[in-house]
Design a protein. Structure first.
Lengths: 291, 297
């Protein structure tokens, strides 16, 4: 008997790892946790002492745009490869773990770019490099086109990742003012980022509450119904949230033509000017050499 | 307190989408400099009342006046009126995630002063002053979604304090706060009252009422004003509190005598129950401290 007089609970079976559950609840919870971890890691790397972290966010935005332009305009694999090497060097100098940085870019590349690059191997006209069954042939021009695509995308994504991993998201938004992005647009982007976190936690709580009440396995139809119902509830919650947030803004005097906070006092120092000059010179050299 | 009415409601009714009544025939007056508590159970219309007082909702019937001026959509369409009203009245929402919509604490607190078209230096001075007053200078660059519940509440208060309002509207300010933060909040409300501010607090936390208010309005579950009076008058009226679902009766055993009896509780017990029940608030009870409605005992 237990201390409060109730009969003892029946013993629980020994957990068997081979019977591990893997359903939509587990997958969703894992994905949410992964997304939140990613955001947290980016915030943490942005606070580290590193080369890019020390620069004015506006310089980073402008430098990234200049180098993106160079990647897009260069017609030399060696030059684009060189720019990719520069991103790796900058990641290392900014205290970003290289393995993480490379994995972050290349893990998703096959899904998005590979799908486009793969057919180019076969359909680009030119002398065949290798003959495959079913009359398919990989052409030299096809390999070059696919390599260009993969290298351009990986270098561009790496440049974007460098900006995000070395700059607090809030500062990235403020830095957009240098491109004359309206403050109200930055405000909306900032609010979107802030409330995505809240809604992710809401979804996580919804699925955890489901998990605590699901004893068996759900069928495919039940899973689809549950996901649909959760999406509906989340939409309702987000609509309610948006109207309440607007009331909170109104309550503190917001009008559609109001000023919004956002223009923090960024100050350009000598090293910021030097960094900008180097980035622009590098981009110009890449464009000239890659012609 | 002076005799100038800050708010007057005459026969006010409000319903959501024209169907769901939230307030029914409410008439009341709140004077400038007064500290008032709006008491009512969940869903009795307290939050709706605060939004009416803040000119965010408008009555479907009757009139709400602030400093003698009727509050209407047309009135708030006038930028001058909107500016003057928003500068004087600040609302702290119950849900801090609604109130804190900016990407950083500094921007959150700067939001209201920016709407007042103040110069940058003055905005910074107000933000720094509010952060200092709430002792949250260390949070200035943090993202609101990374803060604890107590920190979020302080930032929400700072975001209104930077407005330097004459009227504070506080919606369930102690919700989700630990006891220490609740004590701090009560002191904050008292300070605002001593500074001559009008403080209107919606709550169902009876244990803080006499510390935060000189007058109490009680709403019942039919969304009507059931009573008004001093905290002593209201808190001693067990019949009223039971009828408005603000109190309950429970059965418990006294540790010393072993006797059992039932009686209503509207605040934490002042007398000795058994050791376990003494640690509990009225809302959280163990199986040994079971709630039992009066009608059942």
């Amino acid at each position: 008997m237990t201390p409060d007089g109730s009969p003892p609970a029946a013993s629980l079976p020994q957990p068997n790892p081979s019977r591990r559950r893997s359903d939509v609840i587990e997958r969703t919870l894992a994905d949410i946790s992964h997304a939140l971890e990613h955001a947290l890691f980016a915030e943490e790397t942005a606070r580290r002492n590193g080369l890019l972290q020390a620069l004015d966010p506006r310089v980073k935005v402008l430098a990234m745009l200049a180098l993106l332009l160079a990647v897009a305009l260069s017609h030399s694999l060696a030059v684009i490869g060189g720019l990719y090497a520069v991103t790796l060097a900058l990641a290392w100098a900014s205290a970003i773990p290289l393995a993480f940085f490379v994995k972050r870019v290349w893990l998703f590349l096959p899904f998005f770019t590979g799908v486009i690059a793969l057919p180019a191997l076969f359909i680009t006209p030119g002398p065949p490099l290798a003959q495959l069954p079913l009359g398919l042939a990989v052409t030299r021009a096809g390999v070059t086109t696919a390599l260009f695509l993969l290298l351009r995308v990986s270098t561009s994504v790496s440049l974007g990742a460098l900006l995000i991993l070395t700059t607090p998201w809030n500062d990235v938004l403020k830095a957009l003012s240098v491109l004359h992005v309206p403050d109200s647009f930055s405000l909306i982007l900032g609010m979107t980022y802030r409330y995505i976190h809240l809604l992710l936690r809401t979804v996580s709580d919804m699925f955890l509450s489901r998990k605590s009440r699901v004893a068996g396995r759900l069928s495919g139809a039940e899973e689809r119904r549950m996901v649909g119902a959760s999406a509906g509830v989340l939409l309702g919650k987000s609509l309610h949230l948006s109207s309440e947030v607007y009331l909170a803004m109104q309550s503190r005097g917001y009008r559609s033509h109001s000023r919004v906070p956002g223009l923090a006092a960024f100050a350009m120092r000598r090293r910021d000017w030097s960094a900008l000059l180097i980035a622009v010179a590098l981009a110009a050299a890449a464009i000239v050499l890659g012609r | 307190m002076n005799n100038e009415p800050a708010f007057e409601l005459r026969d006010v009714a409000f319903s959501y989408e024209g169907k769901q009544p939230a307030l029914v025939n409410v008439s009341l007056t709140i004077h400038a400099g007064e500290r008032v508590a709006i008491l009512g159970s969940n869903g009795s219309g307290k939050s709706t009342l605060l939004k009416l007082l803040d000119g965010l909702y408008f009555p479907t019937q009757g009139v709400v006046r602030a400093y003698g001026q009727p509050l209407s959509e047309a009135a708030f369409d006038d930028d001058t009126f909107n500016f003057a009203f928003r500068r004087r009245v600040g609302l702290v929402f119950q849900d801090t995630d609604v109130q804190l919509f900016s990407p950083s604490v500094w921007e959150e607190v700067a939001f209201a002063p920016m709407q007042l078209s103040l110069k940058s230096g003055e905005v910074e001075a107000r933000v720094d002053g509010a952060l200092r007053a709430l002792r949250i200078e260390g949070l200035r660059d943090r993202a609101p979604h990374r803060l604890s519940g107590g920190e979020k509440r302080r930032v929400a208060l700072a975001s209104v304090l930077a407005l330097q309002p004459d009227v504070w509207l506080l919606d369930e300010p102690t919700a989700g706060l630990d006891p220490r933060s609740q004590c701090w909040l009560i002191d904050f409300i008292a300070e605002q009252g001593q500074a001559g501010k009008t403080v209107i607090t919606a709550t169902h936390n009876l244990s803080i009422v006499d510390a935060i208010a000189g007058r109490v309005f009680v709403f019942d579950e039919s969304h009507r004003l059931a009573a008004q009076g001093t905290p002593e008058e209201i808190l001693s009226n067990q019949e009223l509190l039971l009828a408005c679902n603000l109190s309950h009766a429970h059965r418990h055993r006294h540790a010393d005598s072993g006797q059992e009896h039932s009686h209503p509780h509207s605040r934490p017990p002042a007398h000795a129950h058994d050791a376990e029940s003494m640690r509990l608030t009225p809302e959280v009870q163990s199986p040994r401290h079971q709630t039992k409605e009066l009608k059942d005992t």
